[in-house]
Design a protein around this ligand. Structure first.
Ligand code: NAD
Length: 422
């Protein structure tokens, strides 16, 4: 029996790929991008669908559908995470792969973009089942993955554990190859600083954005949607910077405390209970969290949680996109009209892929950096990208998102030119 696909959560619509293409076209129009580049950038290079027959713990067999989309290898081997969620579909994976291309180009990494996913609910699968599924996926994609061709990493629903299985399965076939995947546990060649890296980049982007808007940490409030890898680390690190986190949420709902949520206690609660359900604070819905009267809103869960239907309710001054694609393209215009500044995903959450790049470099050199060295190498890359995006936003009078796309597209166009005719 094939694994049933659950309908996308309401918030998950409209199509993430449509949102990606709308921004791409808006940015391309603004700089009169030649059609040749538009054609190359807008079509993913490879789209792979796999069906994985896997024996479940009860002895029955279930077929899981998985995807890997290689959006672009113009700038280097394709790089991008693997998502496990019940609503994963091809449209979503295509969009996520495209965002990886833009993100890597924006921050200047020698990578193209890819993304993978398997339609499954990791919460109802045992560890043994997840291991068999992950190993089956790796065997099916053994000729696609490679440290010089396509390098996966964790995304929603996956972590270092799944990366360890991929690394091990791949190395069984081809010999020891730690650089085939990033986000590995430290003992298997992972990088110091990789686990908090995306949340750390979100914190850094928030601080840079606040400086531009004249917001002071000690008097700024924050609401964070999603309390997984990205959301919980962003919460902890923003809390360390003196901002007051007044609401957090996960898929079970939100918790609101105008005096400030105790983030360390929330992390402890999550570790013990697996979700935030039952944690302190007034219960609020995820929808209510997005409309709170805060200075900064960090959506760090799903795509399209802010659409044209609820964008007008947003009261934050600054949105920092921890998640990929949390704001739909139509919502962008409403938010911009209301003076809400958005630090876009391809900039705000790029810390993860930058540290993944350093993990890959360390694996290939066999020489490992301290966490301090990782931070010292990552911070200037993100800060320089932020400054370039800000300058482009001022030059064209466009949003930071469109400026980030312009910056990425210009690099991609140069790469396409240098590749020559193909
Ligand atoms: P994760 O699986 O660790 O956490 C996801 C969080 O979102 C969990 O708290 C979950 O409960 C919550 N969530 C799920 N459905 C929800 C819903 N309907 N409403 C509210 N919350 C919900 O995932 P993650 O790695 O933190 O990724 C989160 C987002 O950040 C994704 O968009 C991902 O693509 C993006 N991202 C992740 C990384 C990374 O390094 N992990 C890097 C860049 C971007």
């Amino acid at each position: 029996m094939a694994e049933a696909k659950s309908p996308a959560p309401i918030a998950h619509r409209p199509s993430p790929n449509d949102s990606l293409m709308a921004r791409f076209n808006e940015a391309a129009d603004l700089i009169n991008l030649d059609q040749r580049y538009r054609d190359v950038i807008s079509a993913p290079e490879r789209v792979i669908i796999v069906h994985l027959p896997v024996k479940l713990d009860d002895g029955t067999t279930r077929v899981f559908e998985g995807y890997r989309v290689i959006h672009s290898t113009v700038m280097g081997p394709s790089k991008g995470g693997i998502r496990y969620a019940p609503f994963v579909d091809l449209d979503e994976v295509k969009a996520l792969a495209g965002w990886m291309t833009f993100k890597c180009a924006l921050v200047g990494l020698p990578y193209g973009g890819a993304k993978g996913g398997i339609t499954l609910n990791p919460k109802i699968r045992s560890t043994d089942e997840l291991e068999r599924i992950t190993r089956a996926y790796t065997r099916m994609l053994k000729d696609v993955f490679g440290e010089d061709s396509d390098i996966p990493a964790p995304d929603m629903g996956t972590s270092g554990r799944e990366m360890a299985w991929i690394f091990h399965e791949y190395s069984r076939i081809y010999g020891y190859t730690p650089g085939v995947v990033t986000g590995k546990p430290l003992h298997l060649g992972g990088s110091k600083g990789r686990v908090p890296a995306t949340g750390w980049g979100v914190m850094l982007s928030t601080m840079l954005g606040m400086q531009k808007l004249g917001l002071k940490p000690e008097s700024s409030t924050v609401a964070i949607q999603g309390f997984g890898n990205v959301g919980s680390w962003a919460a902890k690190l923003l809390d360390d910077q003196g901002l007051k986190i007044i609401a957090v949420s996960d898929h079970t709902g939100g918790h609101y405390d105008p005096t400030g949520i105790n983030i360390r206690e929330a992390v402890k609660w999550l570790k013990k209970n697996g979700t935030l359900e039952g944690f302190e604070g007034t219960r609020i819905s995820n929808e209510e969290l997005l409309a709170l009267d805060v200075d900064i809103l960090v959506p760090a869960a799903l795509e399209n949680v802010i659409t044209e239907e609820n964008a007008a309710n947003v009261r934050a001054k600054l949105i920092v996109e921890g998640a990929n694609g949390p704001v739909s393209s139509n919502a962008d215009h409403i938010l911009d009209g209301n003076g809400v500044v958005i630090i876009p995903d391809i900039l705000a959450n790029a810390g993860g892929v930058v540290v993944s790049y350093f993990e890959w470099v360390q694996n290939r050199r066999g020489h490992y950096y301290s966490e301090e060295e990782i931070r010292d190498k990552t911070a200037p890359i993100l800060t320089e990208a932020f400054d370039r995006v800000w300058a482009t936003h001022e030059k064209y009078g466009c949003t930071l998102r469109i400026a980030a796309y312009i910056e990425a597209m210009q690099r991609l166009a140069t790469g396409i030119d240098l590749e020559g005719n193909f």
